[in-house]
Write a protein that binds this ligand. Structure first.
Ligand code: GDD
Ligand code: MN
Length: 388
């Protein structure tokens, strides 16, 4: 146990509220909570817990697995272990996906004043944890990043050549654009004082992988950041969940930070989906007209196809964490179509007003499109895919 640091050495009894029954004996207070997001990682759980036990002898710790309802029964495996090992517990989240959101939920449910976040697939070297905890203490760090990129001698066997190049590029982008103080702002392996995440939590993005970058850039205070280098190992079992949408979300997060939160990743994704909708609309219109349909009929079908395309893609991508399924998919489509028609009216009405003042057809056109897009975005976020 880290006796020198008053925060890590805090006895739980010191912080008990008045009047609580004090006869239950001295509980073991964790000085370190380890939050581990999981999605289909069943085969990695036992080896990871074993390694944590070996790496953390002499430290009081707890491990909180946050599972997004994996199909492979990861949560059952975690519960089986937690029946025998009180250090281990699991949170099962339903109908939600997102590495960042899972980590935040785990951190907010933790008991220790210091929290580590690490992957379940053994790519992160758990033997760094005691050193990281020491650094929180001896360097009074707020955050310790386990970094893959401090110097050239480090091995990054766990990434393919392409991923490695992409990861380096993204890292440089983050370092150029944002005030980060670490060689690996994309790391999924770090330790932080829980209070810092608690304070930043309302501002943090729940989607994507970039939780560390988000914490670094969302904190109102300047954080004291330290680093520990480690070799990123290959995955033990299973496969990576990083896909193209995660990369797009990451770029979106950078843009959101640069615009002070005005242009959010959600909004950008919504606009991208809308552009695809426009393409669908125009190609459908062209096709139906050439097929001999009257303009009003062709335009109606084209609009309906665009709405269907926008709805389906937004449901699958933009709002995938609040995805509407089954019957709700149909009711959502009706709602979305109705709200979009209002958006068209609002766009046409207001842009005509502008046209009366400033008769430039292109300005009128852009204004109409922007008004329509913003209207649709606001009603989609607040109504069709409102957070439950
Ligand atoms: N609960 C939950 N929900 N967990 C998830 C989700 C999700 O939607 N997606 C991934 N995870 C878990 C995985 O089960 C794993 O334990 C951990 O998060 C990391 O996921 P991987 O799929 O193994 O990520 P990676 O190895 O490709 O990416 C690593 O490198 C990135 C930077 O290049 C991770 O360390 C990332 O955190 C890091 O940003
Ligand atoms: Mn991994």
């Amino acid at each position: 146990m880290n006796a020198a640091n008053p925060e890590t050495a805090l006895s739980p009894r010191d912080s008990y509220p008045d009047g609580i029954d004090d006869t239950r004996g001295e509980p073991l207070a964790p000085s370190l909570s380890i939050v581990i997001p999981t999605f289909n990682e069943i085969d990695n759980i036992v080896p990871l817990v074993n390694r944590l036990h070996r790496a953390l002898t002499g430290i009081e710790w707890e491990a909180i697995f946050v599972d997004d309802d994996s199909r492979d029964q990861t949560i059952e495996m975690i519960r089986t272990i937690s029946l025998r090992d009180r250090r281990v517990r699991g949170i099962r989240r339903i109908n939600r996906r997102g590495l960042a959101g899972a980590c935040i939920e785990g951190i907010l449910s933790s008991s220790a004043p210091i929290v580590a976040v690490m992957d379940a697939d053994l790519q992160h070297d758990e033997s760094c944890l005691p050193e990281m905890l020491r650094m929180m203490d001896s360097l009074s760090a707020d955050l310790v990043v386990a970094t893959r990129y401090r110097d050239q001698t480090q091995h990054v066997d766990g990434l393919t050549k392409l991923r490695h190049a992409g990861s380096r590029l993204a890292t440089q982008l983050a370092q150029k654009l944002l005030p980060t103080q670490t060689s690996d702002p994309m790391s999924g392996f770090f330790m932080v004082r829980r209070g810092i995440v608690e304070a930043a939590a309302p501002k943090l993005s729940l989607q994507g992988f970039k939780i560390l970058l988000d914490i670094l850039t969302s904190s109102s205070q300047r954080l004291a950041v330290a680093e520990v280098p480690y070799d990123f190992r290959p995955r033990l079992h299973g496969e990576s969940k990083l896909d193209a949408t995660i990369v797009i979300e990451y770029l979106g997060l950078i843009i959101a930070k640069l615009t002070g939160g005005l242009v959010t990743p959600h909004f950008l994704m919504f606009c991208a989906v809308g552009s695809v909708g426009l393409l669908v609309h125009l190609s459908m219109l062209g096709f139906l007209l050439s097929d001999g349909l009257s303009f009003p009929a062709a335009q109606t079908f084209a609009m309906m196809s665009a709405i269907l395309s926008n709805y389906t893609f937004n449901n699958a991508l933009t709002y995938r964490d609040r995805r509407r399924r089954g019957w709700r998919f149909i009711t959502g489509l009706v709602l979305f179509s109705l709200l979009c028609s209002f958006g068209v009216f609002a766009g046409v009405g207001l842009s005509t007003l502008i046209y009366d003042q400033e008769p430039h057809w292109w300005l009128d056109g852009i204004a109409g499109a922007v008004i329509g897009a913003v209207w649709n975005y606001i009603t989609s976020s607040a109504i069709t895919w409102r957070a439950k």
